[in-house]
Structure formats: structure tokens, C-alpha cells
Design a protein around this ligand. Structure first.
Ligand code: SF4
Ligand code: SF4
Length: 455
């Protein structure tokens, strides 16, 4: 297919040619040989969430590859118009799973995002929201300062009033989107005292490090606690270095190269000399980034090899447990059979090719009947901070995901990514659906301890 001026996009090649063309800078632009590997077959379009919602070629993988090609060849500019099509990509990597030609779209978009950040100025509103996100979310210590304020905001009912008035939506839909996924702040969010080393129960099989995450650590501490209990119950001594920070997923997915590299180095330094066999993570998005440190630090002579070594040790918790096998007996978590639907997080399914392991683990819990939703491989719209930056597309995807999950008839949803959990909970609430959502580690923990779930 040739890209014509009539294609359904807001982009005009002729105009770009007539104006001064600002392209990619020389620092790691998208590689031409990767661009050329696309045969333009279009198989990826139907699996691309941004294309499914927006419906325009330029918001599909193939369209974005055309744009990269045109910019690389000086036939199009890297400007506000082209940037909006790169920004609309969720980075879900469904296209990588689908592509019959093996196009490495993940490498292409990873090279494009830092180019956008370096060369295309953001408008004022965009700058403000990005400054808040990148200076706050990857730093649990800074986020913690705001916890008491957020707690008061929720407990005094201010959040409810503000939501009812629609004030935030009026001021900024992105701020409203941020508020809409804010999890409930509990007293557990304030307690963050993990010991450095937690002994294995029974015979020690492995010594493993655990990455706590930043959002996970503050807002999903029960998931981290459950993860540690499941690991120790299955013969793992757990090491939790206090100096660990953010895994760098958030800045890495948004092209904030320097910040991602700094955070990756800090994480590597935290686990240096801990002598662990594996480094375990229970959040899909973080796990994918931790496995990419070799690429993130590819230009750093001191850290490139350390990054690769670190990534080789990283295992998603479900991948790890399926690999080593559970040694503890499991009990039912409900009195009757429990129909349960597992939600595939994109960065597990497409990013790490992990889909069987969580299902195998969950099926070992007596009484669990696993249901499969339609469009299981389609993104829920969370995609890191996408649901805050592109709330309209994210909302449509969130709505579809909840419909598909609920149509399975399941009585519980299992999700292994904090971003997906927040997005799904938001849309369950909007649709008035009262159904519990848990991390697979919480379910395994309940099962190991013989605790029943209050559905
Ligand atoms: S990215 Fe792959 S699936 Fe999509 S158009 Fe190119 S070759 Fe086809
Ligand atoms: S990463 Fe996801 S949103 Fe982006 S082009 Fe691929 S399928 Fe579409």
C-alpha cells in the first residue's frame, strides 16, 4: 500500500516538503533496516488498540512506521502533527506479537520516543502534567510526602465532592483522569518497614531479591507482602535492599532517556553484592523494563554489561514460581467453586511472552475455574501513564476491557499489574460492577495460608 495524500490522517507530505524539515537527530534514530522489514501487510492493525479506537492509519503500527520512514528520509518533519501519532501509541507491543514479518516495532518506538522528547517542544499544559508525573511518580520518597494530603482528601469526602462537581474535568481532563485512578489511601500505605532479609520457611532453595516498585510499594503493599510470604513459604530467602528506587519503566516508556538510565543504575547498585540467585518482580510493566536494562544502558561503557547481567537475573514472580514449582500445599479460597478471569497485562503477554505460567499457577488452587475473555490480548488502556496523558482513548479501552471480563461470568478478576488494576477498578466503578480484583500472588497467599476470600 502506498501512503496517499487522501489517507485518513492529518498529515500532509507536500506541505512538509515545502517547509523546512526538522527530522530525527543523529543520536540513535529508528534504524532504517528495522523500518524496511515492514512489508505493510496490515495484519497488525486489528490488534492495535489505538487504531481500533481512533480508526486512522497514522495511529496504527504500520502508519507510525511510515512516519518514521518519511522522517528518516527527510520527507516529513518531526513536528507537533507527527508527534501526536507517536504519542497515541500505548506501547502495548500487541503489534510485535502479531507481526508475521517479525518487525521490531518495540525497538522502533523505543528509539522514536527520546527523539520526540529531545526535539519536539511540548505545549504548556503538556509540560505541566509531564513535569508532575516524571518528578513525582518514580520517586516513592517524594510521593510519600503527599500521602497524608491524599488521605485527608479522600477521608473528608473532598474527592467525592470534586468528582460530583466535575470541576477537575473542567480545569483539565488529564488531572481528572489522574484523580479517577487514585487508589484508596490506607494506613498500610504509610507503613513501609521491610526487613533487609527474610528467611525461607523450611529448607532454603534459593536466595532471591525482591523489587518493591514505586506505585506498588505505596498503594499495593498487600501485594508485596503476599509476594514475600509466597516466596518464603516456597523455600526462598528474600532480600529487599532499602536503597532500591524506581525500576525506570515510567520514564523509559515515555522517552525520558537520562532519567531512565539514572534510575536503572540506582537499581543495579542496590542489588550489587546481595549475592542473590534471581531478582523477582510482581508488576508486569516493571518486569519488562528490568529485563531491558542492557538496552537502556547500551551506550554506557561502565553499566552496559552490569545492566545485561542484572536483566538476566530478573524473573517475573509467576514465571519464577512456575519454573521452580510450588512446594506448599494449597487450599480452596472459597467454599464453592470460584470462576475467575485472569487479565493479561500487555507487558507480561507481549513484552515478556508470559501467559501460561499465571494460568498454570492459578489452576493449582483447588476450586478455581479459569475463564477466558474475548480480546484477552487487547490493552486495557492503562499503559503506564497513558490513561493520564490520553484519557479519551484509554477510557474507551477500559470500558471494553471491563465488558469483556464481566461477560465471562467470573466472580473474581486476577491482574498482575498495578496500572491495569487501577484502570480496571475505575471502569468497574463507572459501570457499577461490584467484583473483587486481586493479584495472583494474593490468591496464592490466601490459598497457602488457608484463608477464605470475602467475595
Ligand atoms: S508491522 Fe508487521 S504486521 Fe504490521 S504492517 Fe508491518 S509487516 Fe505487517
Ligand atoms: S505498541 Fe500497541 S498501540 Fe503501539 S502500535 Fe503497537 S499495537 Fe498499536
Amino acid at each position: 500500500m502506498q501512503l496517499s495524500e487522501n489517507s485518513s490522517n492529518s498529515f500532509n507530505f507536500q506541505q512538509a516538503l515545502e517547509e523546512e524539515i526538522k527530522g530525527f537527530d543523529p543520536k540513535n534514530p529508528p534504524k532504517q533496516e528495522l523500518i524496511d522489514s515492514c512489508v505493510h501487510c496490515g495484519f497488525c492493525l486489528s490488534t492495535c488498540p489505538s487504531y481500533r479506537v481512533i480508526g486512522k492509519e497514522m495511529d496504527s503500527p504500520r502508519g507510525r512506521i511510515y512516519l518514521m520512514d518519511a522522517i528518516n528520509k527527510g520527507q516529513a518533519a518531526l513536528d507537533e502533527t507527527t508527534t501526536q501519532h507517536f504519542d497515541s501509541c500505548l506501547g502495548c507491543l500487541a503489534c510485535v506479537s502479531t507481526c508475521p514479518a517479525g518487525v521490531k516495532y518495540d525497538s522502533l518506538i523505543a528509539a522514536t520516543r527520546p527523539q520526540v522528547e529531545r526535539n519536539q517542544p511540548r505545549n504548556f499544559a503538556d509540560k505541566i502534567i509531564r513535569t508532575i508525573i516524571f518528578n513525582l511518580f518514580p520517586y516513592p520518597e517524594r510521593l510519600k510526602i503527599f500521602l497524608p494530603l491524599l488521605w485527608v482528601y479522600q477521608k473528608l469526602g473532598i474527592q467525592k465532592i470534586i468528582r460530583a462537581t466535575g470541576l477537575l474535568q473542567y480545569i483539565s481532563p488529564r488531572l481528572a483522569a489522574m484523580d479517577s485512578i487514585l487508589p484508596e489511601i490506607t494506613l498500610k500505605s504509610f507503613k513501609q518497614n521491610y526487613p533487609d532479609v527474610i528467611p525461607a520457611q523450611g529448607k532454603k532453595r534459593y536466595r532471591v531479591g525482591v523489587v518493591l516498585g514505586c506505585v506498588q510499594r505505596l498503594f499495593f503493599s498487600p501485594v508485596n507482602e503476599a509476594t514475600v510470604r509466597v516466596l518464603t513459604a516456597n523455600g526462598c530467602e528474600v532480600v529487599i535492599p532499602k536503597s532500591q528506587g524506581c525500576c525506570a519503566a515510567l520514564p523509559a516508556h515515555q522517552g525520558q532517556e537520562k532519567q531512565a538510565q539514572d534510575l536503572a543504575k540506582q537499581m543495579i547498585n542496590s542489588f550489587a553484592n546481595t549475592d542473590v540467585d534471581y531478582i523477582i518482580i510482581n508488576a508486569a510493566g516493571c518486569g519488562h523494563t528490568l529485563k531491558e536494562y542492557g538496552h537502556i544502558l547500551a551506550d554506557d561503557t561502565e553499566y552496559k554489561e552490569k545492566g545485561e547481567q542484572f536483566s538476566n537475573q530478573v524473573r517475573d514472580i509467576q514465571e519464577f514460581l512456575a519454573e521452580i514449582g510450588l512446594t506448599t500445599p494449597l487450599s480452596p479460597v472459597t467454599d464453592d467453586d470460584l470462576p475467575l478471569v485472569y487479565q493479561d497485562a500487555c507487558h507480561l503477554l507481549h513484552g515478556q511472552k508470559i501467559s501460561l505460567q499465571p494460568r498454570q499457577l492459578l489452576k493449582q488452587i483447588p476450586g478455581i475455574i479459569l475463564k477466558e475473555p474475548i480480546d484477552a490480548a487487547l490493552c486495557c488502556g492503562s499503559a503506564g501513564v497513558y490513561n493520564m496523558l490520553q484519557p479519551e482513548v484509554a477510557d474507551e479501552l477500559g470500558k471494553q476491557k471491563v465488558n469483556n471480563l464481566m461477560n465471562t461470568g467470573a466472580k473474581l478478576i486476577a491482574s498482575a499489574n498495578p496500572g491495569c488494576s487501577l484502570q480496571i477498578k475505575k471502569h468497574l466503578n463507572l459501570q457499577g460492577k461490584d467484583i473483587k480484583l486481586m493479584h495472583p500472588m494474593e490468591l496464592l497467599d490466601y490459598s497457602i495460608r488457608g484463608i477464605k476470600i470475602n467475595l
